[in-house]
Each structure stands twice: as C-alpha cells, then as structure tokens.
Design a protein around this ligand. Structure first.
Ligand code: ZN
Length: 462
C-alpha cells in the first residue's frame, strides 16, 4: 500500500525524531541569555550553532546578521518553482535568564526528557519552536520528492527578543530587500491547550505613558495652606477616576477611532474554545470580572483596547502622618491597542485629554515609551486558512482561532515588509515560559514538525 502524503510526513518525522531531539538538546545547552552581558558570548555561539545547523539542513544561505546588540540568524532556501510564494519565518534564539535556585528541578541548561517532555530554558520559548522548522522542511521534501521547498523559505531568528528587541526594527529595515516575503510566519506563540490546536490571528499593540503633575514648588503645610491651593495628588486621582466611564469604556475622546470590531464569525469561534472562566480567574489571581460592558472575558483581553493604571503615587507614604500638600504626583498608564488604532493618534488623544483636565496652578508633563503597533490577520485571509489546513492535517482535529492580549515584534515585520503576519505555535500554557521548569511537550513538538511539513505546499496552492 502506498503512503499518503500525510502518513509519509508522519513516518519521516518519527524516523528522524531521536536525532532531532538530540540536536535540540545540544542547542538548549547554550545559555543564550540576552539580558545578561556575561552571556553575550553564548548568544553569539547560539547564533553560530543555528546557522551551521541550517546549512546542514540544506539551506543554501545561512548567515549571521550583526546588530549593535546580539546577532540574528538569516537563512534562505529558494524554491525552484516559478512563481512560488516567499515566506519568512520569525523566531528568536535568545532565552530568558534561568538559574537552578529559581526553583528548577534540574539544571535549566542541561535539558532532560521526563514523561514525554523536554525540560530546559528555551525548550518552548523559543528554540523548540524555531527548531521544528528544520525537520519540517526535510519532511516536506522527503514526502513530496521535491529537491527545493514549494515556497521560497526564509528564516529570521532574532537574538534579543527577550530583551525587548531594541534593534529589531532597524535590522528589518536595513535588510528589507532580502527579507521581502508574501507572508510572515511567527513561530513564537502557543495554542489553546494540549487537546485544542489553535491558530493565533493577532496581537494587541501597546502605548505607555507617565504623567507627572506639579503643584507648589515644594511640599507645604496642609494647615497653613490647605483648602486654598490645588493639590497635585488630588488632581492625579481625578484624572484616573475619569479614565473609564460607567460601562468600563475608556473615556478619552477619540480613543476608539478606527477600532476594528470583532466579526460575528470570530465571536462564535472564540465561544467554541473550552474556556473555563473560574480557572481563568484563578490564574489571574482575581476575585471577580471587570471590564468593558458587552464583551466576554476573552474578547476583552484579545480584541478590545484598554487603559490600565500601572502605578500611582505622590506625597508622604512613610510611617505615621505628615500633614502636607505634596509638590508633585504621578501616574503610569498603559494602553493596549487593537487593529485600526494608530499609536501616534492615541498619544495625541491622551495628551489632549490630560491638557483639557488639568486646573490652573498645576503643571504637567507626559512622557511616552516607544509604542508597539497591533496586528491582526483577518480570518478569511488565504494564508491564514493555509496555516489552519496544515495544522488540521497534522493534528487531525478542527482548528480554532485565538488572539494574544500582549504584543511582540511581529508588527514591525508587517509594517516594514507589508506582508500579513501569521502565528504558528505548538506551545501550551503549562510550558512555563519565563518560569522555572520550562518544557515542551514532545508529541506537540513533532506535530509542529508535521504542520510545517504540510504548510509550504498548502501556502503554494491556496
Ligand atoms: Zn519568545
């Protein structure tokens, strides 16, 4: 009996899985912690290890790309098919700091396999999810009898993601010609859970600001002057109290301008996810739900923009009392943004809103951090449907859709390359990203291999 393409991929993956896991373990032994200067040499060694492994895999091009910080890796495998689309895979080879004392059962940089899982820093975030592309492309070739992939395959594997990607945008802009692609696949996310394969369709953006209010030139006596001059701590409180209306909507005029609404289809698909609100609130360590009226909890964190106070302060906070009118007060606010919102416009709206509310006698400053733009790929996009089909073949299940409430450098690629961004991840919430005992589920890792083995053909023939 001749093999189907799907069983050929599965057989090839199984036959090569032991060597694949050995190689991944070797990579995990390199402590490529980008945040710690003493590991700068290890981050470089990690980049060199990966580029050598990609050449060994068959990529004719595999290069180290320097940045002012840690190096990235770029690889390219052109398709011989005329008119084949080009796909760029994004991931990162740096990892979060980790030490045995943080509560790891075993050395974070000496990976071990226990109960069908590989434990080690970077196993899921993100080396494991970068590495499944190597065996995936080999399985794609073996199962189809091809000598080059069905798409021109490019990889850009960053070395500073865990440090906030400070040089990523400039790197992408500098090499925009070589990175040009019809679609970007971000391999640095996860799926719903072990039994529910999902594709993430977007991430929220982020704008952050610190607002300082200044009143009297120094702290003054609340008996001699209180009741007769403006108090900056009171004014900060008024500002924060005015941030939301009674329905939990952000009350800053213009904040929602351009926001892309959820479609009925997407709301229905979100509702199919096996979401247990009680468990979710336990994870959130919160006693109750709160947020914008008219939206479910998942819709609130995935698809709606927000304003959250991250910190507030001013005046005397020591022991006992100190009867003053403080000279200054501050608040730090972060705004999560969704598709259709431009961070520059949001910043303008926030500035105008603050200016309109500050009374005479109070001076203010607002400082914004660099913003992250939101990104979203519509459900009916052909490339997104191709990802869902490839994942469905690997998992043998219906694929549902999620979004992420946080943000990443993916939006930069969308902006610089003008290509849709798709998310492909097999990690699950229990994998312990950034935590002790980070692990990856081996059966899911191999499903990741199979998914990418199917994906290049699915993308080439939408
Ligand atoms: Zn990551």
């Amino acid at each position: 009996m001749s093999e189907t393409p799907d069983s050929a991929v599965r057989t090839y993956t199984e036959q090569h899985s032991a060597a694949f896991l050995d190689d991944l373990a070797e990579w995990l032994r390199i402590p490529s912690v980008s945040a710690q200067p003493e590991h700068a040499g290890d981050v470089r060694r990690s980049a060199e290890w990966l580029s050598a492994k990609l050449r060994e895999t068959g990529f004719p091009v595999a290069e180290i790309w320097e940045t002012p910080g840690a190096p990235a890796v770029f690889a390219e495998w052109p398709s011989e098919d005329p008119g084949a689309p080009t796909v760029l895979v994004y991931g990162h080879h740096d990892v979060q700091p980790a030490a045995r004392e943080d509560g790891w059962a075993t050395d974070p940089f000496e990976p071990v396999i226990r109960d069908g899982r590989m434990y080690g820093r970077g196993a899921a975030d993100d080396k494991g999810q970068v590495f499944f592309h190597t065996l995936g492309v080999r399985a794609h070739l073996a199962a189809t009898g091809r000598t080059t992939p069905a798409v021109t395959l490019k990889l850009l594997i960053e070395g500073e993601e865990e440090s906030g990607s400070p040089n990523f945008r400039a790197l992408a802009e500098k090499h925009a010609d070589r990175l040009a692609a019809d679609a970007v696949i971000v391999s640095d996310t996860g799926m719903w859970d072990e039994d529910t394969p999902t594709v993430c369709t977007g991430m929220r953006g982020l704008a952050e600001c610190e607002i300082q209010l200044y009143g009297p030139a120094q702290d003054i006596h609340s008996g001699s002057f209180g009741g007769a001059v403006p108090n900056p701590a009171t004014e900060i409180a008024r500002l924060v109290a005015a941030l939301h209306d009674e329905d939990g909507k952000v009350a800053i005029p213009g904040f929602y301008d351009g926001v892309t609404d959820l479609t009925d289809t997407e709301r229905a698909l979100f509702a199919e996810l096996p979401f247990d609100e009680a468990t979710w609130f336990r994870t959130a360590k919160s006693q109750a739900a709160s947020g914008e009226a008219g939206y479910s909890t998942l819709e609130r964190v995935w698809a709606r923009p927000t304003a959250e106070v991250n910190g507030i302060g001013g005046g005397y906070q020591g022991a006992g009392s100190k009867t003053i009118i403080p000279s200054s007060a501050l608040v730090k606010i972060s705004f999560r943004l969704v598709d259709g919102q431009d961070p520059d416009d949001v910043q303008q709206a926030v500035r105008a809103w603050v200016e309109s509310r500050i009374p005479a006698g109070i001076r203010h400053t607002i400082a914004f951090q660099p913003a992250t733009r939101p990104c979203l790929t519509p459900l009916d996009h052909p490339a997104l449907q191709a990802v869902a089909r490839a994942m469905g073949r690997a998992f043998g299940k219906k694929i549902l859709f999620t979004r992420e409430g946080g943000s990443g450098p993916a939006a930069d690629l969308r902006d610089v390359l003008g290509a849709p961004v798709l998310f492909l991840g097999i990690s699950v919430p229990s994998d312990g990203w950034h935590a002790p005992d980070e692990k990856v589920e081996l059966d899911l890792l191999l499903k990741g291999v199979e998914t990418t083995a199917h994906l290049w053909g699915e993308l080439a023939t939408p």
